[in-house]
Ligand binder design. Structure first.
Ligand SMILES: C[S@@+](CC[C@H](N)C(=O)[O-])C[C@H]1O[C@@H](n2cnc3c(N)ncnc32)[C@H](O)[C@@H]1O
Length: 206
């Protein structure tokens, strides 16, 4: 993922993201679900009474590999992405993905999701939009709904990688304004990662 500080917090950056998918310039796409999500889903399945996952939203899902992993685990999983090209490719792969802007979701989605899965969407939005991101995912969750995400714990230094990296402490501070901690899941580090020693998992409750 190249640094792209041209992304503007005041506009819908769909055309810029869409161009990347049209050009097949998508180095962030690993052609597989996020390993940490796969580990978490496997842990859920091994519970004595596996929890029913219910309805999950994946914002900025790209080609929807994580949507597929959630659906395979029994969730009613919906992905959204700003890019029509991404959504078209994801749909062709059999994933349920709609073109939508996280910051402009339908009003009747409020309180309808049991979970939100975050992976490389938060680091793709402008830092000025972080509180709006937290508000948007909080709004779509049911009371007690789960927010689960993997965050790339690093400073944004203009080098190769996500456009708007953030330290994990910064991420936690943004989410603490609206979410509760899950006491059983403090500082969970996923067993397997895309980027060694840089990814941190956050599980919160609305
Ligand atoms: C770095 S890519 C990651 C895609 C996917 N999560 C993955 O890991 O392959 C960031 C994605 O977020 C999408 N995106 C950026 N801003 C968005 C917004 N406001 N609403 C929905 N999707 C957004 C982009 O179109 C892009 O597909």
């Amino acid at each position: 993922m190249n640094d792209d500080t041209t992304l503007d917090p005041n506009t819908n950056n769909g055309p810029a993201w869409n161009a990347r998918y049209l050009d097949d310039d998508i180095p962030w796409d690993k052609q597989a679900p996020c390993p940490g999500l796969v580990d978490w889903l496997a842990d859920q399945a091994e519970e004595a009474v596996p929890p029913k996952l219910g309805r999950w939203l994946v914002p900025g899902c790209g080609l929807g590999h994580d949507v597929q992993a959630l659906a395979d685990a029994g969730a009613d999983a919906l992905g959204i992405d700003l890019s029509p090209a991404a959504a078209k490719r994801a749909t062709a792969l059999g994933r349920t993905v709609l073109v939508a802007d996280l910051f402009d979701l339908p009003a009747d989605w409020a309180g309808t999701f049991d979970g939100v899965w975050e992976h490389t969407c938060f680091c793709a939005i402008h830092p000025e939009q972080r509180d709006a991101y937290v508000a948007a995912v909080h709004r779509v969750l049911k009371p007690n709904g789960s927010f689960l995400g993997i965050f790339f714990d690093a400073e944004s230094d203009g080098t190769e990688g996500p456009p708007f990296k953030a330290r994990f402490d910064t991420v936690r501070t943004h989410f603490a304004t609206r979410f509760q901690n899950v006491p059983s899941a403090p500082n969970w580090v996923p067993r397997r990662q895309h980027r060694a020693a840089a990814e941190r998992m956050l599980l919160l409750q609305r």
